[in-house]
Ligand binder design. Structure first.
Ligand SMILES: O=P(O)(O)O[C@H]1O[C@H](CO)[C@@H](O)[C@H]1O
Ligand SMILES: Nc1nc2[nH]cnc2c(=O)[nH]1
Length: 304
């Protein structure tokens, strides 16, 4: 067991289950966590689809029918969610006629005691629970000048800044049961799911964009010069999450669909002061809750 990747090697929630230390890269230790989840939920069937709700987008989890809600506090190995707008529940139930598992809240690399593999633990647990498709959502700042506040953006590809700088969740011991040491990220966001999402948005009259998502380390928002830098290299939206989850999902062969809600327009002009706050991000997400929920539900209805 290698506790190096978890702060002090201790799990804040682990004691009552006898799992007080764990390594998010160790398949067998994650299996123990997955078993604890299975034992606390009356699973109706194997969930085929996993969902991760972005900041303020927890309404997606609240749309689930026949929900069984397991607080992260009851799952050994799951850190507490410390970011406002991330409730910290794992929800099992039906959405769009399919049995799903939904993470109502995610872990970000900038939170206390995190490393990227630990942040991606929910994806590995959902893999062990049997999901074949992952839907990830996030709140993001729009960089593309054609984007408006409140737009949804289908993620076409990403630029994973921490991953490029040596902080990939795949750094460290590789257990081949999760997948290969070297993972190709050439087709991370499934093209058929992207096409399906664009069709659904058109049919439902939902304003939709498609673009490149950049994951920055955060928690500070970008300076105008940084926004300009990302714009120059082809970014459409900026956030602080998602890419580590997608990387881990692709290693396990999970098919991925991702979308961003554009909660603010990132500023490129240092002479024009524009403050971004997490409060406004949450307001934008709240306003979009119903739309995001029906978008995800309609996509799931049509997933094969
Ligand atoms: O990516 P999600 O979890 O939606 O959250 C986004 O919103 C927060 C900033 O307002 C950051 O954590 C950013 O990543
Ligand atoms: N990095 C980053 N994350 C966000 N999340 C919501 N808005 C933003 C933004 O402008 N930048």
């Amino acid at each position: 067991m290698n506790g190096l990747h978890v702060q002090n090697g201790h799990l804040p929630n682990g004691n009552s289950h006898g799992l007080s230390m764990f390594d998010p890269r160790d398949y067998d230790e994650l299996l123990q966590i997955t078993d604890v989840v299975r034992n606390q939920v009356d699973l109706k069937e194997t969930p085929s689809i996993g969902i991760i709700c972005g900041s303020g987008l927890g309404d997606i989890g609240d749309c689930i029918k026949e929900p069984q809600v397991l607080s992260y506090k009851k799952i050994p190995g799951f850190p507490s969610t410390s970011v406002v707008g991330h409730k910290g529940n794992m929800i099992f139930g039906y959405l769009g006629g399919k049995y799903v598992v939904c993470m109502q809240g995610r872990f970000h690399p900038y939170e206390h005691g995190m490393d990227l593999a630990l942040c991606a633990t929910p994806v590995r647990v959902m893999h062990q629970l049997g999901i074949k498709t992952l839907i990830v959502s996030n709140a993001a700042g729009g960089v593309n000048p054609a984007f408006n506040y409140g737009d949804l953006m289908v993620i076409k590809d990403h630029i994973f800044m921490p991953g490029l700088c040596g902080f990939s969740p795949l750094v460290g011991i590789n257990d081949p049961r999760f997948g290969p040491r070297f993972v190709s990220i050439h087709d991370a966001y499934d093209i058929n799911l992207r096409r399906l999402a664009l069709t659904v948005a058109q049919e439902e009259n939902i304003r939709i964009q498609e673009g490149i998502y950049v994951m920055c380390g955060g928690p500070q928002y970008e300076s105008p010069a940084e926004v300009m830098y990302f714009k120059t290299v082809g970014a459409d939206a900026l956030g602080m999450s998602t890419c580590h989850e997608v990387t881990v999902a692709r290693q396990c062969g999970i098919r991925v669909f991702g979308f961003s809600l554009i909660t603010n327009i990132a500023n490129t002009d240092a002479d024009n002061s524009v403050e971004v706050t997490h409060e406004e991000v949450l307001v934008a997400a709240k306003e979009a809750g119903f739309r995001a929920c029906s978008f995800v539900t309609k996509i799931i209805e049509r997933i094969e």
